[in-house]
Ligand binder design. Structure first.
Ligand code: THU
Length: 150
């Protein structure tokens, strides 16, 4: 469990990242700050597109940036919105964060808003019953039994 002061500092970084969100369609600006095991903080914001289905959430831009930098071990993520109470991560982002949550570990989550509200939780509290690599591997059919598309 991360101490409150560190998590609060992460919340401020998420609020700063939120100001860089590109959300001309939803007008719903989101910032994320991901604390990695090595102490690095990687920020993300939502990036929308005229083709709505291509919009990407703040949490996932942060995870993708961290992985691209060689960082795969995360301790905490702060997520900033203007919602009251502060908004929770969507299901897709929970699953993406779950990919990087060790089997016996967890990721601390701080939800913040620009009015100063703070809600502390964890990925496993928000997302019980994670579908993970172990479940996938234990249910995979041999390659020889699966048909290629062509
Ligand atoms: N959004 C996020 O960035 N994170 C979430 O967890 C929920 C939704 C973004 C996607 C879209 O740009 C906007 O918020 C409205 O859904």
């Amino acid at each position: 469990m991360l101490d409150d002061a560190t998590l609060d500092a992460l919340g401020l970084q998420a609020l700063a990242a939120r100001r860089r969100a590109y959300a001309p369609y939803s007008h719903f600006l989101v910032g994320a700050a991901l604390l990695c095991d090595d102490g690095a903080v990687i920020e993300g914001c939502n990036v929308e597109n005229a083709s709505y289905g291509l919009c990407i959430c703040a949490e996932r831009t942060a995870v993708a940036a961290a992985v691209a930098q060689g960082r795969r071990h995360f301790r905490a993520v702060a997520i900033a919105t203007a919602s009251t109470p502060p908004a929770t991560p969507c299901g897709m982002c929970r699953q993406v964060l779950a990919e990087f949550t060790p089997p016996n570990g967890d990721i601390d989550i701080l939800l913040v808003n620009d009015a100063g509200a703070r809600v502390r939780t964890t990925l496993r509290a928000l997302f019980p019953g994670i579908f993970d690599m172990a479940q996938l591997q234990s249910g995979q059919s041999p390659a020889s039994t699966t048909e290629p598309a062509r």
